[in-house]
Design a binder for this molecule. Structure first.
Ligand SMILES: Nc1ncnc2c1ncn2[C@@H]1O[C@H](COP(=O)(O)OP(=O)(O)OP(=O)(O)O)[C@@H](O)[C@H]1O
Ligand SMILES: [Mg+2]
Length: 606
């Protein structure tokens, strides 16, 4: 799977993909007025720029070279023209500036919307999507790829449009000035275009390598930094450095290759333009000697030839930027097209402002992939207010049961119900409001402690927050923090101990006052003393709520109403602690393994 993704990053895309362009342009559709303004600026600036050589021609032919009129008039005429030229150039610059600014504003607005859309969309996608797509790539998508589309605005809509206008504009003006000379100056254009095509091909290959190695370098960097502890602990620094160096060297070589290709291209283009210019000078010279052409026309011609070749050079050099932004756009739109696998069924979803907390599984079979079933025909019912513990070995499917109750995934067959109604008929909002979970891997956001507990819910008062923290014994360590509840947490709560992180998540679930409380190994990381304190809290907490507790340490679950023993996705035993213990089956053996001697004595006492 990761290979597919790396490949995805290296995909270059087409240079001009109109379907894709249209999708991008849809984002500037709301700004029709700005678009018209930008076009007006563009047309004006191009037209004005095309005028300038013509003024030169006028100046030379009418005043500088015309000895039939008095010197005074010639000087004032040249001065007059010079002022006009400066004025025209000035207005042209303003129009250019206007075009750039207006287009960039549209681009930035489109980015603003696109970034929010991708973020929103990512938050909506089902968990199965994240099982398949590495986080690093997704982050790249929202940041770099959106930025690359912005590049598309500045390169295509700003620079390339101007270049195209200038290219065709100069051809038309050249033909109008003197069509024979124009045809001579075009004679090398095919050679020019062939060179540009070859260059484009070469650059494409080099550029693909550059992107490929850069993506690999970034991937290595992200992975190594997140795994730095393991790298140091297992003394992998040298190995990793060598690996990194190899890719880094490849990246360097690709960079050099790019320089070489560009290094050949530029002079070659200069040679071709020089030859064209020389041809024009020779033929124009002859015409001027025969008085069939003016010097002014020659000067204007030379300037227009520059206008004609310049844009082609620019466009060729811009190919790679355009290609990579097209590829980026494609990736972004693919992401936006990704439908969440789990969809809220708006038509059947009724409103459930209250919940009784009745949880039921009816012949549920489920697997993350099609090949393997993780839960097999599982059925159970938890009456409102009752507590159930699920025990079983690692990989038995305990967490998967929770995933189904919260509808992070859908069953393959069978029904998961809350309050006698299929969870598929619940709005996500309602379902998840009534169910609170403390996950196995406690997640803490990089906000302050209070926000981490309330998650910004304004219905949770300060007292409720404090009470929740106190109930789970989190208050003592929070109060020891420099800023107490206002202390900002490091990313993923890196500065807390694993147990402290769990306590915060615990307080979070409690503060949200759910009807169904789910604890997945919630106390596995706290010390036995704290655990027994929390144990009391849990018992008070469970009152009036349906609770599902997953625990490996069996002494924490003795008091639940029912214990479900799960193995390999199937329910093997169920009943109260006393019943299962007396049954001397799997549960009994699990207890024996964990508490050996104590149990023996307990058997004697019970
Ligand atoms: N996101 C996933 N994608 C694919 N397979 C998964 C995924 N999550 C879990 N599994 C598989 O499903 C099975 C059950 O996993 P589950 O997390 O429910 O186990 P568990 O009983 O909670 O184990 P533990 O006690 O270690 O937490 C395992 O075999 C696991 O490999
Ligand atoms: Mg689990």
């Amino acid at each position: 799977m990761p290979h597919e993704n790396i490949h995805n990053e290296e995909n270059l895309g087409k240079v001009y993909d109109w379907k894709l362009m249209k999708k991008v342009l849809r984002y500037i559709l709301p700004y029709k007025k700005l678009f018209v303004l930008a076009t007006v600026f563009l047309l004006l600036s191009s037209a004005l720029q095309l005028l300038v050589p013509y003024f030169f021609k006028l100046g030379i032919d009418k005043y500088i070279d015309d000895k039939t009129i008095p010197d005074d008039s010639r000087i004032s005429g040249v001065m007059y023209l010079a002022i006009i030229i400066v004025a025209v150039l000035f207005i042209k610059t303003i129009c250019e500036y206007g075009h750039v600014i207006v287009t960039q504003i549209m681009g930035q607005r489109a980015m603003l919307i696109l970034r929010t859309q991708t973020f929103e969309h990512l938050n909506k996608l089902s968990l199965s999507y994240f099982d398949k797509n590495p986080v690093g790539r997704l982050v790249t998508r929202v940041t770099n790829d959106v930025e690359a589309i912005n590049e598309m605005f500045s390169t295509i809509l700003v620079a390339s449009l101007k270049d195209i206008l200038m290219f065709f504009g100069s051809i038309v003006v050249l033909l109008m000035l003197d069509w024979r000379l124009a045809l001579i100056s075009f004679s090398l254009l095919p050679v020019f275009l062939i060179v540009a095509m070859i260059f484009k091909k070469k650059v494409r290959r080099v550029f693909r390598d550059i992107r490929k190695y850069l993506a690999r370098l970034n991937a290595m960097l992200t992975e190594d930094i997140s795994g730095v502890k393991i790298i140091q602990a297992f003394r992998q620094e040298k190995r990793r450095r060598e690996d990194y160096y190899k890719t880094n060297l490849n990246y360097y070589n690709a960079g050099i290759k790019q320089l070489v290709v560009f290094g050949i291209f530029r002079p070659l283009i200069d040679v071709i333009t020089s030859v064209s210019t020389a041809l024009v000078i020779v033929f124009a010279g002859i015409s001027i000697m025969h008085s069939t052409m003016s010097i002014g026309t020659l000067v204007a011609f030379l300037l227009y030839i520059g206008y004609m070749f310049g844009p082609v050079v620019n466009m060729t050099q811009r190919f790679n930027i355009i290609q990579s932004s097209m590829a980026a756009a494609e990736r972004i739109f693919n992401l936006l097209n990704e439908k969440p696998e789990i969809q809220e069924n708006i038509s059947t979803a009724g409103s459930h402002s209250e919940s009784k907390g009745l949880v039921e599984f009816e012949n549920v079979t489920f697997g993350y992939t099609e090949e393997t079933d993780v839960l097999k025909n599982v059925s159970f019912k938890i009456e409102p207010g009752k507590s159930v513990a699920i025990v079983g070995p690692t990989g038995a499917g305990k967490t998967s049961i929770i995933n189904l109750i919260c509808r992070f995934y859908d069953t393959n067959s069978g029904i998961v119900k809350l309050d006698n109604s299929d969870v598929k008929n619940w709005k996500f909002e309602d379902l998840r409001k009534h169910v609170a979970i403390v996950l196995q891997d406690a997640f803490v956001f990089s906000r302050n402690v209070a926000d981490n507990i309330t998650l910004g819910d304004e219905n949770i008062s300060n007292e409720k927050l404090m009470h929740a923290a106190k109930m789970v014994q989190a208050d003592s360590f929070i109060n020891k923090l420099n800023d107490g509840f206002d202390e900002i947490m490091a990313e993923r709560g890196a500065t807390l101990s694993a147990g402290q992180r769990q306590l915060i998540c615990f307080a979070r679930a409690l503060a949200h006052d759910p009807k169904v409380l789910i604890l997945d190994e919630a106390t596995s990381n706290v010390d036995p003393a704290t655990e027994s304190l929390i144990q009391n809290a849990i018992e008070t907490l469970m009152k009036g709520r349906t609770s599902i507790i997953i625990a490996h340490r069996l002494n924490t679950i003795k008091k639940v109403d029912e214990i479900i023993v799960l193995d390999n996705g199937q329910i093997l035993e169920r009943g109260s602690h006393e019943k299962l213990f007396a049954q001397k089956g799997i549960y009994y053996n699990l207890c024996l393994m964990q508490y050996g001697k104590e149990i023996e004595s307990e058997t004697v006492t019970t």
